[in-house]
Design a protein around this ligand. Structure first.
Ligand SMILES: Nc1ncnc2c1ncn2[C@@H]1O[C@H](COP(=O)(O)OP(=O)(O)O)[C@@H](O)[C@H]1O
Ligand SMILES: [Mg+2]
Length: 259
């Protein structure tokens, strides 16, 4: 049985890509069969986990989605899966920015990604989707195709307060995709003992704790995360002993307990 986990937040810069790539990398190291789907036209996961410049890649998630829309069969897996760092990656590039428009006249447009994932999920233990920072038809597709969501949020007050909108969307979609759950809210880029850090934890606990899991582990802030990206690496590869890497390892442990 494979589990499809989407890393979602309609805000940018909250740690979606960092969480997606590190989770995928760590699960791959645990000998799980992992597929990471880059579902953001900015293609940051593709830059970190891929082996080519995104705009030089011919077959991306956009190509596959268009095949589903036109009811063509998918190309052979070798043509679109990038195998690197112990995981499989379906890359993205800027073509994905037109997806919202391409979907607008399609029947059953909310189910396109689900059809695609249904065709390939048998090969994987985990499918992780690194999402775009918008809510619209593409993100409804993600929530229809997923088993669970992880919601990273920066340790900042406005980020934490913005989550109620996302939770509303989740509850609406859950009426249709009944298996969808939230694995947890993940606090990222935390600086311990600051007022912001304490307030964010308080707000999240007051607003959500009763019905949504908030991961015990908090991802600390470290300049090494963006340094790792310069070398096209996740922090877990670049500095396995860094506090951020250790925190992501603990996140994997917490996630395993949820299943
Ligand atoms: N724990 C962290 N500490 C410091 N910087 C981080 C951390 N996590 C992410 N970043 C940096 O913050 C920026 C946004 O993170 P990213 O994961 O790309 O967010 P998103 O995918 O939500 O836009 C990136 O430059 C990334 O390197
Ligand atoms: Mg991103």
């Amino acid at each position: 049985m494979s589990k499809v986990i989407a890393i979602v937040n309609e805000k940018g810069g909250v740690g979606k890509t960092t969480t997606s790539t590190n989770l995928a990398y760590l699960l791959g190291k645990e000998d799980k069969k992992v597929l990471l789907i880059d579902f953001d036209g900015q293609a940051n996961s593709t830059m970190i986990m891929g082996d080519k410049n995104p705009n030089e890649i011919e077959t991306t998630i956009s190509t596959l989605i268009n095949k589903v829309i036109t009811k063509d069969s998918l190309p052979p897996k070798e043509d679109y899966i990038i195998k690197n760092k112990g995981i499989d990656l379906i890359p993205a590039n800027s073509n994905l920015f037109t997806l919202e428009r391409n979907l607008c006249n399609i029947n059953f447009r909310e189910y396109i990604l689900q059809s695609l994932i249904d065709e390939i999920k048998i090969d994987y233990d985990y499918i992780i989707i690194d999402c775009m920072p918008q809510i619209g038809t593409p993100m409804i597709n993600v929530m229809m195709a997923s088993d669970s969501l992880i919601i990273p949020t920066q340790a900042e007050i406005l980020s934490a307060k913005g989550l109620s909108e996302l939770v509303k969307h989740y509850l609406t979609i859950k009426n249709i995709n009944r298996k969808l759950s939230i694995d947890g809210i993940l606090i990222t880029m935390d600086t311990k003992n600051t007022i912001a850090s304490k307030e964010v934890k308080k707000i999240l606990n007051e607003s959500f704790k009763q019905h949504i899991n908030i991961f015990d582990i908090v991802i600390p802030r470290s300049t090494k995360v963006s340094e790792a990206n310069i070398y096209k690496q996740t922090i877990c590869e670049y500095m396995p002993e860094n506090a951020v890497s250790k925190a992501y390892e603990q996140l994997v442990q917490e996630m395993m307990k949820i299943e």
